[in-house]
Structure formats: C-alpha cells, structure tokens
Design a protein around this ligand. Structure first.
Ligand SMILES: Cc1cc2nc3c(=O)[nH]c(=O)nc-3n(C[C@H](O)[C@H](O)[C@H](O)COP(=O)(O)OP(=O)(O)OC[C@H]3O[C@@H](n4cnc5c(N)ncnc54)[C@H](O)[C@@H]3O)c2cc1C
Length: 369
C-alpha cells in the first residue's frame, strides 16, 4: 500500500498529482528546485479536455473566476474575414465541450494555494541528488543533505527532467521542431470573446481570452537553426511578422511597445517510450511527454496524469499493477497529442491545412481519459 509519496517538481503536473494523491489519502511531500517557485508570465490556452481535468481536480470554479471560459473558436482567414467554424457549445455544456485561457502565474497561484491549503509538505529550492530503490521503498538523497524513504517517487520536473536522466539515462532528448512560439499579453476588446485563429497566412497567429480584460496572442514562426532573438529586437520583429495580417491584428500590432509583455520559446518535443516508470519511480507531465503547443493540451495531459495515477494507486496495493494500469491509460493519449502537435507544426511550415488531423485528435481526446 502506498502511504507516502515524494513529488519532484511543482508545475501543473506535480501540483495536480500532489492534490489527487492527497485526496486519495496519501501523505505527499512536494519539492521544487526553484526557491521562489516562479512561473513565467505568459498566457495559456485551456482546451475542453483540460477544463474537464481541472474540474475533476476541483479547481474549475477558480479558473472560471480568474481566467476565462468560452464556448468555441472563431477561425479567420489571415486577412481577417471570419471563416465557417465548428459549432458553438451550449452555455451550460459540460467542460469538455468548452474552451478557455488563463495567465500561467494565475493558474500557478490557484494550484499552489490549493496545495498549501491541503497541507501538502512543500519544500522549495530542493532537488533530488540520488535515488536508490528496493522492493519496499525508495531512498532519496536531497541536495539539502536530507535522506528520506518513500513508497513512491513521482518525477514531474518538466521537459528537461533530471529524474528522467536518473531513471533512463538513454532516454531520447528533447527535439527542436524548427518553430518558435511568440506570446504577447494584450488588452482584450470585448468582441474577442472566444479563441480566434488566423489561417492561410505566412504563419499561424491566434489569440485567446485569459481574463475579463486581457487576452494573449500567439504566433508560431518558422525559425530553422533555432536563432536567439535579443529582447530589444522583439517589438520590431513581431511588428514585421504581423504586417500581412488583418482582422484584430493591426490594432494589436499598433499597441506593441517597449512595455509589451512578450515571451519567446523555441518549440521542442519529447515522447518517452512506454514504460515511464522503473520500480517505484514514475514520470508524469512534460518529463514523460513534452508536446509543442498546437493542440494546447500539454497542461491538460499533465493534470490527467496526476488524476489517473492517484486513481490506479487507489485500486490496488500492488505498485507494479498500478503503474502498469497508469501506462495503459496514458501512453496512447499522450502519443496522440505529441504526434498530432508535431505533425501540425510540420504542416504549418509547409503551408498545408492542419484542421483535419487536429479535429480527429480532439474527438478522441474528448473521450473519457
Ligand atoms: C510555448 C509553449 C506554449 C504552450 N502553451 C500551452 C497551452 O496553451 N496549453 C497547454 O495546455 N499547454 C501548453 N504548453 C505545454 C504546457 O506548458 C506543459 O505541458 C505543462 O506546463 C507541463 O507541466 P509540467 O508540470 O509537466 O512541467 P513544468 O510546467 O515544466 O513544471 C516543472 C516544474 O519542475 C520544477 N523543476 C525542474 N527541474 C527540477 C528539479 N531538478 N528538481 C525539482 N524541481 C524541478 C520546475 O521549477 C517546475 O516548477 C505550452 C508549452 C510551450 C513550450
């Protein structure tokens, strides 16, 4: 029987796992190597599957209150004309039919406040130095000199996971996709009341409401060679990228300035082969399956991982059976998100339509996880 668990990494995946495991009666310690437990200030899209997972975790009301939830997507041609889109969900439709957005730091605040209120033992500025396991537990040496023993260790330390390297030294490394993602936080005019995506232009641009008065705008740029963009060049660079676009883009472009909140990230992906566990140590979230953002479902997958792990552990006292059950519910789903996102990025670079593969994948993701 799993009684005490160490969760390594306090991102969306680690905090979700900590909450879900605690709810199932397990004693959880959560460590994060960042002494300030910071998260960068960009917006994030929350798809239907992510909203359902947040609902199952018990934080959907907070997300509705502090983020933005809407009932569909409005596609546009890059010149601005509205295109026929998928049908809108009814206002009272279940979360999986809806969409939304939120600032990452706001989501972090919602989850971390819940984690602390739940009495989870949170320790910051702490990382794992060594693990050594036997049939009955895992001995963990932390970088503060502490030595502890746990029934289970959950590695949720993100795409550049050191837990993954410790567990699987030969695991594939994150792979750059020749695309970079620009994100800007901007004031939201009331008419942008749902996600909008601009198709058919030299690149994909979209926007998503993240609160009552803000939205974030994203641009996916083809950047072979993974160049570095000096911060002082960001405004001019984005202004040039946005020039061919119509609709709401000219107003967003005109408002760009030195005080604009702009975040740039090169896009990388990784899919660890099955299994994501060895003995009593298991990887979840981006540590096991880091996706590019085309399907906007990386966060949802990470939350689902935590919920499913807790669910499988509560069904049996045999950890091997529980972790096998976890993999059986997670691998194909994560693979679908990662592979569809990467393929969609390749089609974007080639200027080919991607909506078909995305719609098919979304239909599968709407099924129970
Ligand atoms: C540009 C971009 C845009 C994206 N947009 C979206 C989107 O719109 N919607 C969506 O759903 N997903 C999106 N994603 C994906 C999403 O951000 C990730 O899938 C999600 O954050 C994964 O959560 P995680 O907890 O696994 O990892 P992370 O969020 O990376 O958290 C890892 C945590 O581990 C800690 N840590 C790191 N190393 C150690 C260590 N050695 N010891 C202890 N702690 C450690 C870190 O401090 C951090 O707190 C996007 C990703 C990118 C790159």
């Amino acid at each position: 029987m799993v009684k005490n668990v160490l969760v390594v990494g306090g991102g969306i995946g680690g905090m979700s796992a900590a909450l879900a495991l605690t709810r199932r009666g397990m004693q959880v310690a959560l460590i994060d190597s960042d002494p300030n437990w910071r998260v960068y200030g960009a917006g994030i899209t929350i798809t239907g599957m992510s909203l359902r997972a947040f609902d199952d975790l018990g934080v959907l009301d907070d997300i509705r209150a502090r983020g933005f939830v809407h009932n569909g997507m409005r596609p546009r041609r890059f010149t601005g004309e509205v295109l026929p889109g998928p049908p809108l969900a009814a206002e009272n439709a279940p979360p999986v039919m809806l969409g939304g957005g939120i600032m990452r730091p706001v989501l972090h605040d919602i989850l971390s406040t819940r984690v602390r209120a739940t009495g989870i033992d949170v320790r910051l500025g702490v990382a794992v130095q060594a693990i050594d396991q036997d049939d009955t537990g895992v001995d963990v040496v932390l970088n503060d000199g502490t030595k502890e023993r746990y029934d289970l260790v959950v590695g949720a330390d993100g795409i550049f996971s050191t837990m993954r390297t410790m567990l699987f030294p030969d695991a594939p490394k994150p792979k750059f996709t020749d695309q970079g993602c620009w994100r800007i936080v901007a004031d939201r005019p009331p008419e942008i009341d749902r996600a909008e995506i601009y198709f058919g232009g030299p690149m994909k641009i979209g926007m998503s409401p993240i609160s009552q008065d803000q939205m974030y705008v994203f641009l996916l740029e083809h950047v072979p060679g993974n160049p570095w963009f000096a911060p002082e060049t960001h405004v001019a660079h984005l202004s040039e990228l946005m020039a061919p676009f119509g609709g709401h883009i000219p107003a967003i472009r005109a408002a760009l300035g030195d005080d604009s909140n702009i975040v740039y990230r090169p896009l990388e992906w990784l899919l660890l082969p099955d299994p994501w566990y060895k003995g009593r140590v298991v990887l979840i979230g981006d540590a096991a399956h880091a996706t590019t953002p085309q399907m906007a479902s990386g966060a949802g997958l990470a939350v689902e991982d935590g919920l499913v792990l807790a669910d499988e552990l509560s069904k049996t006292d045999d950890i091997a059976v529980a972790l096998r059950g976890f993999m059986d519910r997670r691998f194909e789903r994560a693979k679908l998100v990662v592979e569809t996102s990467v393929k969609s990025g390749e089609l974007e670079i080639a200027g080919a339509p991607q909506t078909g593969i995305m719609a098919a994948a979304n239909k599968t993701l709407a099924q129970p996880y």
